[in-house]
Design a protein around this ligand. Structure first.
Ligand SMILES: Nc1ncnc2c1ncn2[C@@H]1O[C@H](COP(=O)(O)OP(=O)(O)OP(=O)(O)O)[C@@H](O)[C@H]1O
Length: 573
């Protein structure tokens, strides 16, 4: 009887501790002597406590036992349960035995928790770092500032250079203040996240609060350190570009002959800094969605380019994929997909659930590739002076769309009748065996999945100083690896299927004609017209219901989320 119980318990995937707890007071005479004397006596304290914990859903014990193979854990086929008769072969009740499947499970769980956008670092950031930061960071109020020059005005806010009233000694205008509408809440959230995760990638965020005493109604006030006066647009529109950037980065004008090689090096440096900033943002789960030269500022303090304006960003670690209906992504730099998450992806649930699912959603959608496309267009503008104005970029976008977003096809159409300016751009990208062109084409692609990530782009040999001609063996291998990861495997799969279908014989494998015929027969037969129409209407209705449900969920989530964002933002009455 007890043997059956043992099997049942094992079959249920419970370890020996449960068996102890369920054993009868008086063991059956059928059981071995040793088992009777050692295992089936009165339930031990540990067994009882394990039972209570398991029954009460003792989370800690469950996790402990699954990974360490002691107590309530995996079935005996997987964990060490000892000999069924001679229980003395069992591991000591309080000994820790790390089983191989347990170790694999633990490794798997750890890699999941640390995979982009980082579930574990996310919880640490939200519940520890954010909390500690709030305790120790200085806070400000409206009266602390003296407004200076207006730096910009967008649809959702006005930006001023300001100085601190209380500190007359402070350098004049050493801060930047944005008075923003309701969307300022998202921007505060994103800036605080970026400051904790990658302070060097974005303009340094100082403080953000809700100011409600203004006559115009509530406004969010956001404060940054003043980084400098030039954005990449300002620098690119100068005739001196890219040499004007070189002197800013180096702090002096180098005495070298001007030419393509030198320009290429400067553009390389700018692209490296931009990709570095993007990689840091993406690694923490933030997608900017509005990468353009106007939102890249040159920081005079660190002599590097930094990202500004996180107002349209999405935080995919906690599921803030928020974009107000009236907010239009800049069509000049937006990737063709427009959405960073598939429109089929259901709205993000509550923050903890969204956080737990974030690695899966990230891998399904690769939302970071949206920014990569925009960065690719910036690369293109730096290489081709004739594409730096708005009108020429818009025209280029039209041409690219006509070429189905295939840069190689675009090159084929424009190169034969290219202006000297355009030809010079191709020459620059073709230096070192066309390695710059290769990187560019891996960034500007129609399918997000086929675009490179910021991390992979940074590892591209384009960024190795000496160029392709003197690549070491490891660098060549890296380039080969990069090219392999850039292949369209959809096409490869189709090719293999075609090959299988063509070469199929009983000897060589693949599909034989007879099998193909069978497959054809499995395919659904065409339905009659009326039936098809009815089916189409049902499908349309179903799609409409799903869309309506998604939209209402979006609305609800947005309201709920705006509540939990506001909870974190200090208010100034
Ligand atoms: N940290 C900073 N240091 C120096 N200048 C800054 C900083 N942040 C913003 N600026 C300046 O303010 C301008 C507007 O900033 P930002 O793009 O964030 O505002 P915005 O209201 O979103 O504008 P837009 O809608 O035009 O993008 C920038 O173009 C830049 O010149």
């Amino acid at each position: 009887m007890a043997t059956i119980a043992t099997r049942v318990v094992e079959g249920l995937g419970l370890g020996h501790a449960k068996l102890h707890a369920f054993s009868p007071k008086h063991p059956s005479p059928f059981l071995g002597k040793k088992l009777r004397s050692q295992s089936l006596s009165l339930p031990s304290k540990k067994a009882v406590s394990n039972l209570v914990c398991a029954a009460g859903g003792g989370f800690f014990n469950l996790v402990h036992d699954v990974f360490l193979g002691v107590g309530v854990g995996l079935p005996c086929t997987v964990m060490e349960c000892g000999d069924i008769i001679y229980r003395s072969t069992l591991p000591r009740s309080n000994g820790l035995t790390l089983t191989a499947p347990g170790a694999i499970l633990a490794l798997g769980a750890l890699s999941y928790l640390w995979a982009t956008p980082g579930v574990a670092p996310g919880f640490f950031d939200m519940f520890v770092l954010a909390f500690v930061e709030r305790l120790f960071r200085p806070s400000f109020k409206k009266e602390d500032f003296v407004l200076g020059k207006k730096l910009g005005e967008g649809a959702f806010g006005v930006v001023y250079r300001v100085s601190l009233a209380k500190k007359p000694g402070a350098k004049e205008g050493d801060l930047v203040l944005k008075k923003a509408t309701e969307y300022g809440a998202v921007e505060i959230w994103m800036n605080e996240r970026a400051r904790r995760a990658c302070a060097n990638s974005c303009a340094y965020f100082v403080y953000g609060f809700l100011e409600s005493s203004s006559k115009k109604g509530s406004e969010y006030w956001l404060l940054w350190r003043y980084e400098g006066e030039s954005t990449l647009t300002d620098l690119m529109l100068s005739k001196e570009f890219p040499y004007n950037v070189e002197s800013m980065i180096l702090g002096e004008v180098p005495d070298l002959p001007k030419g393509l090689e030198r320009e290429n090096k400067i553009i390389q440096t700018i692209m490296r800094q931009l990709l570095f900033a993007l990689d840091s943002l993406h690694s923490t789960g933030i997608v900017h969605r509005d990468i353009k030269p106007q939102n890249i500022i040159f920081s005079e303090g660190s002599r590097t380019f930094k990202i500004i304006d996180l107002g349209a960003a999405a935080d995919l670690r906690v599921g803030i994929n928020y974009i107000p209906k009236e907010f239009l992504l800049d069509p000049r730099y937006a990737a063709p997909e427009q959405y960073i998450m598939s429109t089929q992806t259901p709205s993000a649930p509550s923050a903890p659930v969204a956080t737990a699912l974030s690695p899966v959603l990230w891998q399904m959608n690769l939302p970071d590739r949206f920014d990569i496309y925009s960065a690719g267009l910036i690369f293109l503008q730096m290489a081709f002076p004739s594409l730096r104005t708005d009108s020429s970029l818009i025209q280029f976008n039209r041409q690219l769309k006509r070429c189905e977003y295939d840069l190689v096809a675009w090159r084929k159409t424009v190169e034969p009748r290219a202006s000297p300016d355009l030809r010079r751009g191709f020459e620059l990208l073709d230096l070192d065996g066309g390695i710059g062109w290769e990187l560019l084409t891996s960034m500007v692609r129609f399918k997000a999945r086929r675009r490179t990530s910021a991390k992979a782009a940074l590892a591209h040999p384009y960024f190795d100083r000496e160029g392709l001609s003197v690549l070491s063996l490891t660098q060549k291998l890296r380039l080969q690896l990069f090219r392999t990861t850039q292949q369209d495997y959809g096409e490869a799969a189709k090719w293999i299927i075609r090959l299988m279908a063509k070469s199929g014989t009983k000897q060589d494998g693949g599909f034989t004609e007879a099998q193909l015929q069978e497959l054809r027969e499995i395919q659904p037969k065409k339905k009659g017209n009326s039936q098809r129409n009815a089916l189409a209407s049902v499908l349309r209705l179903q799609r409409k219901i799903v869309r309506t449900l998604n939209e209402s969920m979006d609305d609800l989530n947005r309201r709920r989320k705006s509540l939990w964002w506001s909870r974190w933002i200090p208010r100034e009455e």
